[in-house]
Design a protein around this ligand. Sequence first.
Ligand code: XMP
Length: 316
Amino acid sequence: NWNMPNFINDQIELIRRQVGDRKVLLALSGGVDSSVVAALLLKAIGNNLVCVHVNHGLMRKGESEAVVEVFKHQMKANLIYVDATDRFLNKLAGVADPEQKRKIIGGEFIRVFEEEARKLDGIDFLGQGTIYPDIVESGTKTAKMVKSHHNVGGLPDDLKFELVEPLRQLFKDEVRACGLELGLPYEMVYRQPFPGPGLGVRCLGAITRDRLEAVREADAILREEFQLAGLDKKVWQYFTVVPDFKSVGVRDNARSFEWPVIIRAVNTVDAMTATIEPVDWPILMKITDRILKEVPHVNRVCYDMSPKPNATIEWE
Ligand code: XMP
């Protein structure tokens, strides 16, 4: 009969049969799917799984650290951590067009991963967190985006691996259940969706280090306060955005000219349409207060009231 422990045992058996004592390479972003597939492969083949975590410098606060902590230190996985922050930010410098930014981030991601793969010897397989909704052509933007960034299928021809995709029969809620069963932390398995290009799509226009820092710190405050208020379990996706214009304010009795932070919190079933979460004013006021006090170069906080359509969930 079908239950999660049986599914896991069957997959471990199948993975071992497919891979034998050869090695599997996996791009571990820290998202739900790649984390669960990493935990499953680790259980099946131990250190013959080689995970590569590319920190593109556009992760949320503490996120890459959590990947290293959970997989390398707690689960003792063979994990290569690559801090490619400077490389990504240098490539992105001065690039304001959203599509161009996405292309640079996606392309650079493949190149960094490819370089790591070339340093390794004797890898025959590529693990992927493909899940059932990725396979049935849903035609949604989300599915396509997830593929264009997370799918490492853009590798050159001389680096073609056989794929190992043990989650391909599972829906998202089953992937989460599988992750919990494998001992992954709740926060990792129930994390909210996060776009592949990360904070790059929330730091509008040409990315600068000061605004990237602002969007990351403000996002950390928002997540902390949502958790305190119990909204993290209720709201589907919530984040901050920093646009590329300044406005006049006052700081220490003097005129200031600084960035605004926009808060967005939405609910949706399929990401095709979305409604905003009517967050209580006292919670929004507390978050505003903290952002204004704790985040440098910010003098205004706004709440995005727009549903999708006419807006989208992200700003870019
Ligand atoms: P929009 O902004 O189009 O977003 O309403 C719908 C959902 O898709 C997520 N999203 C992405 N996910 N790679 C991803 O993995 C991406 O490039 C990407 N762009 C948007 C977005 O966060 C929202 O949940």
